[in-house]
Design a protein around this ligand. Structure first.
Ligand SMILES: [Zn+2]
Ligand SMILES: [Zn+2]
Length: 367
């Protein structure tokens, strides 16, 4: 018996049980039960997390295709109370993938379909945990999707490639030497060195054809006497680059700038990476398959231009296994005022469009 599940109904269910990264207990139980009720083989607790994966095997040999949804919500404080809200729409991704599973369970003729429900995208730890658990090792094609804000993609259209940037959050700690402010030559001001580093970054130039940014977002120095030379200072930076090679180039030059500037002042400094996410890297032929699927299911007028911005831990999969083909489309659902806003809302009537594209891509590859 085949049951086709409605993504809108499941989104309504999941929207009521928002859970933070690595705490998606109710969500993963909902996913597990839905997959089991469909008669799909399920693996739970992947890598010791809340990750869940459904596996559908075809009768003939063929490629391994992975469809990935994320499950976590975001933390907010409203009226002094901490809460979780699905402000990034991951509930809709989970619902779309479950709906796709219901349509695909009897339609995989060759190879294997992996339906991955990944935890903790927002904390950039979920994809890495799935990789560690070996989920990606045998995968030939990986497809992800995200609802897009109205500013990015018009409602009812799909952009075949979301060009996420590489991002890093860095902390620079400067170690100087304290002294009386009346005798500054006896010390090394960590604050002066920190300021020189912030200024130095502003004078680093890269090819303006590429998109990048490096913003100092916090600066702290010793809070001692107002007439003491501060011994330590910390700066945090938010760093973005459109491509991974550009980010590598940036990282190398930034490390030299920090080290060289500190040395010139007689100080030392170290860089700590607080968080990082690679840029999107897509395969043109797989991207073209996604475009073909959009056209087949909803016509040429549904194809939006590529969109971008923000980060996604999905891209760790491609970084871990470069021979795997990756694609990631963006679904225009009229999300407003924007993702990550506590009041983010969208029209779920567009969710079946995303399901159609996932199903069509899989049928094309292994159906
Ligand atoms: Zn998000
Ligand atoms: Zn998201």
């Amino acid at each position: 018996m085949s049951t086709v599940l409605d993504p809108i109904k499941m989104w309504e269910d999941l929207h009521k049980i928002p859970e933070l990264a690595m705490q998606e207990v109710k969500t993963s139980a909902y996913v597990t039960k839905t997959l089991q009720d469909l008669g799909i083989e399920v693996q739970t607790g992947i890598g010791g997390t809340t990750g869940v994966m459904g596996v559908i095997k075809g009768a003939e040999p063929g490629p391994v295709v992975l469809l990935r949804a994320d499950m976590d919500a975001l933390p907010f404080t409203i009226d002094g109370k901490e809460c979780a809200i699905h402000a990034c729409g991951h509930d809709s991704h989970t619902a779309m993938l479950l709906a796709a599973a219901s349509r695909l369970k009897d339609r995989v003729k060759k190879g294997t379909l992996k339906l991955l429900f990944q935890p903790a995208e927002e904390s950039i730890s979920g994809a890495l945990a799935m990789i560690k658990a070996g989920v990606i090792d045998d995968v030939d094609y990986a497809l992800g999707a995200h609802i897009r804000p109205i500013q990015d993609v018009p409602a009812g259209q799909i952009c075949p490639a979301v060009n996420h940037t590489a991002s890093r959050t860095l902390r620079v700690t400067v170690h100087g030497r304290s002294a009386h402010a009346a005798r500054p030559h006896l010390g090394v001001s960590a604050l002066d060195v920190a300021c020189a580093i912030v200024q130095g970054v502003q004078n680093m130039w890269f090819n303006p054809a590429g998109i990048w940014s490096m913003k100092a977002t916090q600066l702290h120095a010793d809070q001692g006497a107002t007439n003491s030379i501060p011994e330590t200072a910390t700066i945090t930076f938010d760093n973005r680059a459109q491509t991974n090679p550009m980010m590598r180039d940036f990282s190398e030059r930034f490390a030299k700038l920090v080290e060289g500037t500190a040395a010139a002042y007689g100080a030392t400094a170290e860089i700590t990476e607080l968080g990082a996410c690679p840029a999107a890297e897509y395969d043109e032929d797989f991207k073209q398959m996604v475009i073909d699927s959009i056209v087949r299911t909803h016509g040429q007028e549904a194809v939006a231009k590529d969109c971008g911005g923000g980060g996604e831990d999905f891209h760790y999969y491609k970084m871990h296994k470069p021979t795997m083909k990756a694609a990631y489309f963006g679904l225009g659902v009229g999300a407003t005022p924007g993702l990550h806003a506590a009041t983010m809302h969208f029209d779920p009537k567009y969710l079946p469009m995303g399901v159609d594209v996932m199903v069509d891509v899989v049928e094309h590859l292994i159906g």
